[in-house]
Design a protein around this ligand. Structure first.
Ligand code: UDX
Length: 440
C-alpha cells in the first residue's frame, strides 16, 4: 500500500521505518528539512535500537521523506504522528496536530479534484491519528480535516490507531505488539487498516489480538493503559513507603504479590517513581480532560501525588544522615530510565533542584544522558564516570537503574562519607556504606 506518515518524531519515524519494512511504500512528511534530509540519507534524528538499520535498508527504495504534503492525495492511508505537547494545566495542545490535519485535508482535496474529474467519485481517503489525543480531541481533529478538505470532506474519513511502544525498544514493540487497536467509523476503514497491518502480523509469528472499536474508545484505551501502568507503579510506591516504615523490604513483598495472575509481576518496582515523555503527560492529560468534563479522578490524582512525593522521600532519607550544605553530592543516573538519553520528566530533575536548594555541590553522572541534562542544568558539574562522581562525595543518590551501577564496588571507597541513598534498588554493595533503600 501507499502510506504517508505526517510527522517524523519518535513515533512517526518508527512507524514509517517499520511500515516500509513490512513492504509498503512510505512517504514521511516533516516540516524540518534537516530531519527530512537525514531520513533520505537513511538516518534517524533519534536513537532507537534497530531503527537506523531499517532506515538504511529502505531509504530511497520504499521510504522517501519530504517537506511537502503533495503526495498525500495519492496515498491509501495517511497517518498523523504529530506531537501533542502539554499545556500548563496538564491538558494537551492540539494546535500542531490540528494544523497538520487541515493541511492533510487540503492536500487530499487538491488531489481529489483531478481524480473525481477523471470519474472516480469513490476516491476515499483514510486519515489515521497515531498521536495520543483525548476522546474530546477526536472530534476537533475530524473537524480540522474536514474543514481542510472543503468540498471533498465526504470523501475523507478519520480513524485512530494508538501506539503503545516504549522508548529503547520502539522497533521491537512495534513489530511485536501485545495488541492492535483500530478506532474506525466504518467497515471500509477497518478493512483498510487490516490490509495495512496484515504483513506485519504475519511476520510476528504469534496471534496478536486486534481490537476494533470507534475512534474515541480507541484513544481512551491508550490513556487507560498508561494511567493504569503509572498507577500500578504509584501503588507499589505507596505500599513501599509503608514497608519502609515497618522495616520491611517492599521488593520481597511485591515479588510475592506479583505471583497473583490477576496482578502480574511487571511495573511493581518501587523507588523514586516514573518519568519520561508519556506517563506524566498522559496521566495529566486524561485528568485535565476528565476535569473539563466535570469529574475529578481521585485515583489518578493520587497516583501523581505519590509520584511527586518520592523524590522528597529520598531527600528526607539523605537529610537524616548528612547535612549536604557545602558538601559534594553525586547524582548517579540522569535519564528517566536506563537505555535512553531522554531526561524528560526524569526524577533526577527534582532531586538536583532539591540538592541545590540545600546548598550542595552537585555532580551528575549518566552513561549517555549528560548532554541532554546539560540543557536543564548548564552549570552543573558532570563527571565522566560514576567513580569520578563518587570521588570525594559526602553522599550519593541513585536515580536511574543503569546496570553499570550494580557493578560499582571499590568506587564507593573514594567517597568522603559513604552515604548512599538508592532510589532504584540497583546498588549491590552494602557493607562499609551507610546505605538506605527508598522502600526497602
Ligand atoms: C511508557 C509505556 O510503557 C508505553 O507503553 C507507552 O507507549 C509510553 O510510555 P516509556 O515511557 O518508554 O513507555 O517507559 P517505561 O519503560 O514504561 O517506564 C516509564 C517510567 O516508569 C520510567 O521512569 C521507569 O523508571 C518507571 N518504572 C517502570 C518504575 O518506576 N517501576 C517499574 O516497575 C517500571
Amino acid at each position: 500500500m501507499r502510506v504517508t506518515v505526517v510527522g517524523s518524531g519518535y513515533v512517526g519515524t518508527t512507524l514509517a521505518a517499520c511500515l516500509a519494512d513490512a513492504g509498503h511504500d512510505v512517504t514521511a512528511v516533516d516540516i524540518d528539512p534537516d530531519v527530512v534530509a537525514a531520513l533520505n540519507d537513511g538516518r534517524a534524528a533519534i536513537h532507537e535500537p534497530g531503527l537506523d538499520d531499517l532506515l538504511a535498508e529502505h531509504a530511497g527504495e520504499r521510504l522517501h521523506a519530504t517537506t511537502e504534503y503533495d503526495g498525500v492525495s495519492d496515498a491509501d492511508v495517511t497517518f498523523l504522528a504529530i506531537g501533542t505537547p502539554s499545556r500548563a494545566d496538564g491538558s494537551i495542545d492540539l494546535g500542531p496536530l490540528t494544523a497538520a490535519a487541515e493541511m492533510t485535508g487540503e492536500a487530499i482535496a487538491g488531489g481529489s479534484e483531478g481524480s473525481a474529474a477523471e470519474g472516480n467519485p469513490e476516491d476515499r481517503h483514510l486519515v489515521v491519528v497515531k498521536s495520543t489525543i483525548t476522546p474530546p480531541g477526536v472530534g476537533a481533529i475530524r473537524e480540522a480535516l474536514r474543514a481542510g478538505a472543503g468540498d471533498a470532506a465526504d470523501r475523507v474519513e478519520l480513524a485512530t490507531n494508538p501506539e503503545f511502544l516504549r522508548e529503547g525498544s520502539a522497533v521491537d514493540d512495534f513489530q511485536h505488539p501485545d495488541k492492535l487497536v483500530f478506532g474506525t467509523d466504518s467497515d471500509w476503514a477497518a478493512e483498510r487498516l487490516d490490509s495495512l497491518y496484515e504483513p506485519l502480523l504475519a511476520a510476528t509469528g504469534s496471534e496478536v489480538p486486534v481490537i476494533r472499536t470507534d475512534p474515541e474508545t480507541a484513544v481512551m484505551i491508550k490513556y487507560a493503559n498508561n494511567a493504569f501502568l503509572a498507577s500500578k507503579i504509584s501503588l507499589a510506591n505507596d505500599l513501599g513507603n509503608v514497608c519502609k516504615r515497618f522495616g520491611i523490604d517492599a521488593y520481597e513483598v511485591m515479588d510475592a504479590v506479583g505471583l497473583d495472575d490477576r496482578i502480574g509481576s511487571q511495573f511493581l518496582r518501587s523507588g523514586v517513581g516514573w518519568g519520561g515523555s508519556c506517563f506524566p503527560k498522559d496521566v495529566d492529560a486524561i485528568r485535565a480532560a476528565a476535569r473539563e468534563a466535570g469529574y475529578e479522578p481521585p485515583m489518578l490524582d493520587a497516583a501523581v501525588a505519590v509520584n511527586d512525593g518520592q523524590p522528597d522521600r529520598m531527600l528526607d532519607l539523605l537529610d537524616a544522615h548528612v547535612d549536604v550544605a557545602g558538601e559534594r553530592v553525586a547524582v548517579l543516573g540522569l535519564a528517566f530510565k536506563p537505555g535512553t538519553d531522554d531526561v524528560r520528566n526524569s526524577r533526577a530533575i527534582p532531586i538536583i533542584e532539591a540538592l541545590q536548594a540545600r546548598g550542595a555541590d552537585v555532580v551528575g553522572y549518566d552513561p549517555v544522558a549528560t548532554d541532554t541534562m546539560r540543557e536543564h542544568f548548564p552549570d552543573l558539574e558532570y563527571a565522566d564516570s560514576a567513580a569520578a562522581a563518587l570521588d570525594g562525595a559526602s553522599a550519593a543518590l541513585v536515580v536511574t537503574d543503569w546496570d553499570e551501577f550494580a557493578a560499582l564496588d571499590d568506587a564507593f571507597d573514594a567517597m568522603a562519607d559513604p552515604v548512599v541513598i538508592d532510589g532504584r534498588r540497583i546498588i549491590e554493595r552494602r557493607d562499609g556504606l551507610t546505605y538506605e533503600g527508598l522502600t526497602w
